[in-house]
Design a protein around this ligand. Sequence first.
Ligand code: FAD
Length: 418
Amino acid sequence: MPNEKPYDLVVVGAGAAGFFASAETLRLCPDARVLMLEKTSQVLAKVRISGGGRCNVTHNCFDNSRLQTHYPRGNSWLSGVFKRFSVKDTLSWFSGFGVKIVAEADGRMFPTSNRSESIVLALQESVRSSNFRLRTNCLVKSIKPENEGGFELLIKDSESIFAANVLVATGGSPGPAGFSFLSPLQLPLVSPVPSLFTFNVAKHDWASLMGLAVEKAAVSLPAFGLSFQGPVLVTHWGFSGPAILKLSAAAARLLHDCGYIFEFQIDFLPELSRQEIEQVLLSHIASNPKQKPSNAHIFEIPKRLWDQLCLESGLANHHNWAEAGKKKLSLIVELLKSKRFHASGKTTFKDEFVTAGGVSLEAIDSRTCQSKSHPGIFLAGEVLDVDGFTGGFNFQAAWSTGYVAALAISERISKKNQ
Ligand SMILES: Cc1cc2nc3c(=O)[nH]c(=O)nc-3n(C[C@H](O)[C@H](O)[C@H](O)COP(=O)(O)OP(=O)(O)OC[C@H]3O[C@@H](n4cnc5c(N)ncnc54)[C@H](O)[C@@H]3O)c2cc1C
């Protein structure tokens, strides 16, 4: 048992969720003694680099049931969480610290300063209190329940810190080692794997098309029956863009399990059926029999893409449509509707990645973000088996779970001090 009075709350991890929960606990219980422990020398490191240094704080989605659909893991569990703290609440919270957040055309929301530093400063300001202490370079090695209630946190070599409540906000980790400090609590884990990545293609014939963007495509993984529509971008190594990233998140575990060697297909005209494409082609040919196929502009796709597909179908070798046989027409229809690629590996998207997996939601009450087996242990942010698509959804989950945890932590602290 400690000589010193245990902290009311020890927060493990000085990231988005840890700061948000600390700030809200201090707002609701100004007298609470809160200690934050961070293993690195820097706080809010990911917030700083997020969104290419602009911080995509949240997403312009005010309907909670729609918001949930942007989370391949945690979808229904988040319903209770978003009910308590929504996108609207995020905007008014930051506005309370003088940070205005606006939406871009695709729904992503950024501070008007376009600098993540505005978010960092707001979060730092929010914990300004004589009752708040921060220790950096302080790795938490284990969290053990005490017989008399409360918890002992082992840090550094042999130092112990005692707390009545602990918030675990340590973020994601690509491997199980990042969760080993939780083992004395025996919280069930869903094995962590990376999410949000671009697809690499070996011997990438399309590398010369690097930078080519197709605004409306559908990418699918036939082996897993998954498909997403959205923009697709050709990169030096393979393919990126919102449709690819969504697919990488939805199939994060399946793709991990097959060693990132898989086949994917791109439909460049998802709004037209094969038959409709064929009809459009035939009526175009009927009115332009002497046109060179590669000079045609028939569909709403970039010229470079049409050139590539003409090359692959053999149409590029013909001087006019009349010369090109039925077989080549069928081939270009096939390429437009389901061009196949073989992926072999993945690449991180603009350094952004999140973890699929983490502490199992079965063990956590979504009304409080509290462990069901260890009252007093709370979890928020990416350490949970919750992750979203790219677009501000991961930070929204961190703010919302941080808030819900803080609300329940404050209730416990107030009850104890009555
Ligand atoms: C490059 C990049 C860009 C991103 N951009 C966006 C974006 O624009 N929008 C968006 O929504 N999401 C973005 N994300 C995802 C987002 O950053 C995370 O989902 C979010 O930071 C999770 O918050 P968190 O508080 O749970 O964890 P983190 O922010 O990861 O914080 C966890 C903290 O805990 C510390 N820690 C870990 N273990 C211990 C331990 N044992 N003891 C003490 N401290 C420990 C870590 O050092 C870290 O500081 C991005 C991610 C990356 C990598």
